[in-house]
Design a protein around this ligand. Structure first.
Ligand SMILES: Cc1cc2nc3c(=O)[nH]c(=O)nc-3n(C[C@H](O)[C@H](O)[C@H](O)COP(=O)(O)OP(=O)(O)OC[C@H]3O[C@@H](n4cnc5c(N)ncnc54)[C@H](O)[C@@H]3O)c2cc1C
Length: 317
């Protein structure tokens, strides 16, 4: 039987939203392989998050031990590899978050498993299940078959709907033997950036600006606030030092798929499109009628953003 183990993430007792998307990817995979779905939850003080996970109908394996409080790859990887062996998992996955990108390759190495990253879908059935993943900034979709006995993968949360609460899973404590003193890495601190706006990857709407703003993001931010949206940016705007780099959307930034993406003063380079073209409705505001962004836009406005955005904002009021 091909069991699927999804690595969950929590913060301050609450499950990360991305985990719920990974869970539904795991559920689809388990249906294709005919196996069971389970989740692994590592950290400390995990009761609330474990209960939330179990309410989604999955068996939850909780590893709560000193040394696991913070997602240190050195500490988490051996625990997860042991858990995968103990649960007979043939597929170990997670949402492609910063944590998973750090931890899962080490889990794959320990399990001598092949790995597919940023998976956007699955194909096939049983042992012939394949993993669909973007290449070349999303211009090519590859269908990958992993031939090792255990397969490790990360999924793009934006490509899978969040799991719904269905059924009730058991919560099991995983025996963990870890000597925190033996770790060669240690957690120094966690600097949380507090923002009043929604987080980019979780926002329902995003207003993004590019070089066309000439460094003046006021109209972008004002429209975002009128819509209750997050603010995004191109790499050009970030590299110019106009906005913080955690606003960057694209191949080397964040991948987003909100209900609404407003791109203002953005040309639509393929590296930017790689991060936002999955958005449900794309609105482009650009002075240049030949800007490539119009090729992916559902609504295009050939206009000066400094005139158009305040007008849009006024209409929203
Ligand atoms: C390896 C690699 C990775 C990269 N990763 C990323 C990434 O993650 N994200 C990303 O965004 N880019 C990325 N890039 C950079 C990317 O190739 C583009 O250079 C960048 O996206 C361009 O940003 P822009 O659209 O803001 O600027 P430009 O391409 O200069 O476009 C500015 C646009 O603003 C319009 N404009 C000007 N004034 C106004 C106005 N007043 N009103 C309305 N429109 C106006 C212009 O007509 C133009 O279309 C990457 C590049 C490489 C090589």
């Amino acid at each position: 039987m091909a069991n699927v183990l999804i690595v969950a993430e929590q913060h301050a007792g609450k499950l990360r939203k991305a985990t719920l998307h990974a869970l539904s990817a795991g559920r689809e995979l388990a249906a294709r392989t005919g196996g069971e779905l389970a989740a692994a939850l590592l950290g400390s003080g995990l009761d609330a998050a474990a209960a939330e996970l179990a309410a989604h109908g999955v068996e939850v394996h909780v590893a709560d031990a000193p040394g696991l409080e913070h997602p240190l790859a050195e500490a988490w990887a051996p625990v997860l590899a042991d858990l995968a062996r103990a649960t007979g998992a043939t597929h170990v996955g997670a949402a492609a978050t910063a944590v998973a990108k750090d931890v899962l390759p080490r889990v794959a190495a320990r399990l001598e498993a092949g790995m597919a990253t940023e998976v956007v879908g699955f194909g096939g059935e049983g042992s012939a299940v394949t993993f669909r993943r973007p290449m070349w900034a999303g211009n090519v979709l590859a269908e990958v078959e992993i031939v090792t006995a255990v397969k490790v993968f990360t999924v793009r949360a934006t490509e899978f709907a969040p799991a719904r609460k269905e059924g009730q899973g058991a919560i099991r404590r995983a025996p963990v033997a870890i000597d925190p003193a033996s770790l060669r890495t240690r957690h120094v601190g966690f600097v949380e950036v507090k923002i009043a706006r929604p987080e980019l990857t979780e926002a329902r709407a995003i207003v993004a600006g590019g070089r066309g703003t000439k460094g003046d993001f006021k109209p972008i931010e004002a429209l975002a606030d009128a819509l209750g949206a997050a603010v995004g940016a191109t790499r050009a705007a970030v590299d110019a030092g106009w906005v913080p780099n955690d606003w960057q959307v694209g191949q080397t930034g964040k991948v987003v798929a909100p209900e609404l993406y407003v791109a203002a003063g953005i040309s639509g380079a393929m590296q930017h499109l790689a991060g936002m073209k999955g958005s449900k409705v794309i609105v482009a505001v650009n002075k240049d009628p030949d800007a490539p962004i119009f090729q992916v836009a559902d609504y295009g406005l050939v206009a000066d953003l400094f005139a158009a955005l305040p007008e849009l904002q006024a209409k929203l009021k």
